[in-house]
Design a protein around this ligand. Structure first.
Ligand code: KG4
Ligand code: ZN
Length: 349
């Protein structure tokens, strides 16, 4: 095998059917089909709808990725697939496909962690990850601060959300503002017109007392309630809701806490590199504020382009190729999915 392994990655943990192909840290194809329009009718992801949509989209998405990358299955060096965390039925569609491909082609199979893949994807944009690095991982289901000594084998959780994930907070606030699901991108857009200092929304777990126990943890449910109260009060008084200001002020509260704690983790751990990942990493304000705050603190900051931040197959292939390059053992063919796979477990064996 050449030093640049050709890896196909399959992602089906939520509502995106993603199939990506990479050679080493070069992206060759990133085919994504999404059931988000179907999910939007229900205001959230319905697991059964997601599983069925994965089944329907899988074959054509694999074919599209192979054709975009101009490779055939027999050219591959390995197949990687998200084994968790995520929705069980949705994960099963991905792992069953990967198992079948692995069996048919006799290529090794790597069952990988979706969250580690959100961090590893940056190698496709900026080359191999600097190690150690602090990773801020913010998605619809998770918000974590990680110390990454080796993305293929050594990830330590420093803190996580104690209630809602950052993306979940965006989506819930989006819903109460009457925006379509998922609310994150809509709030991002509305906020560009608003004043982030218009409303002083609370910053969860930042008081000195909270910091003593929860230095690297997050809490967004109090913020969500504060936005709901603020909106209700205006509605009761018959006052108009200044959507851009509410969106910008809510977003600022989330971004302020995430970026403050991530920079603090770098300082306290003596680490000079930060990587941002997960769907919320597509947020324009979070990218700008982290870039600025890291710049002031002398921290080198990396974040992939927005399309690689939200769920896709390329991130799974990117982690897969890193695993092959570093000589990590492949998984057995009969890998089990794990809906609550720990963020510290990079692969399932
Ligand atoms: O990583 P991801 O695609 O799926 C999960 O693994 O959860 O993240 C989806 C989340 C959703 O909550 C969505 O609202 C949020 O990422 N998101 C954003 C933006 N784009 C996606 N949140 C804020 N601003 C954005 N531009
Ligand atoms: Zn994700």
């Amino acid at each position: 095998m050449s030093s640049e392994p050709l890896v196909l990655g399959i992602e089906t943990s939520c509502d995106e059917t993603g199939v990506g192909i990479v050679r080493g840290s070069t992206l060759l194809a990133d085919a994504v089909a999404t059931s988000v329009d179907e999910q939007a009718r229900f205001g959230g992801v319905v697991p059964e709808v997601a599983s069925r949509a994965h089944l329907e989209a899988m074959r054509s998405t694999v074919e599209r990725a192979l054709s975009d990358a101009k490779v055939s299955l027999s050219d591959l060096d390995a197949i990687a697939v998200t084994a968790g965390p995520g929705l069980v039925g949705a994960l099963l569609v991905g792992t069953a496909t990967a198992q079948a491909l692995s069996l048919a082609t006799s290529k090794p199979l790597y069952g990988v962690n979706h969250l580690a893949a959100h961090v590893a994807v940056d190698r496709l944009e900026h080359g191999p990850l600097p190690q150690p690095a602090i990773a801020l991982l913010v998605s619809g289901g998770h918000s974590s601060l990680l110390r990454v000594d080796d993305v293929t084998s050594d990830v330590t959780a420093l803190g996580a959300t104690i209630d809602d994930a950052a993306g979940e907070a965006f989506d819930k606030v989006g819903r109460l503002l009457g925006l379509p699901f998922p609310g994150g991108p809509h709030i991002d857009r509305w906020a560009t017109e608003g004043n982030p200092a218009a409303i002083d929304f609370p910053r969860g777990l930042t008081s000195q007392r909270d910091l003593d126990r929860h230095r690297y943890d997050f809490s967004f449910s109090g913020l969500k309630t504060a936005v709901a109260r603020w909106v209700e009060l205006r509605q009761r008084e018959g006052e108009p809701i200044a959507m851009p200001d509410v969106a910008a002020s809510f977003q600022e509260a989330v971004v302020d806490v995430l970026s403050r704690k991530a920079v603090d983790a770098c300082r306290q751990q003596g680490i000079e590199h930060m990587v941002l990942g997960g769907g919320v990493a597509a947020n324009s304000r979070l990218r700008t504020v982290l870039e600025e705050r890291c710049g002031h603190a002398g921290i080198a900051f990396r974040v992939p382009r927005p399309a690689l931040c939200t769920d896709n197959g390329a991130m799974v292939a990117a982690l897969g190729s890193a695993l092959v390059e570093s000589g990590q053992p492949a998984s057995k063919l009969g890998i089990a999915v794990d809906s609550s796979l720990s963020v510290e477990q990079v692969t399932v064996t």
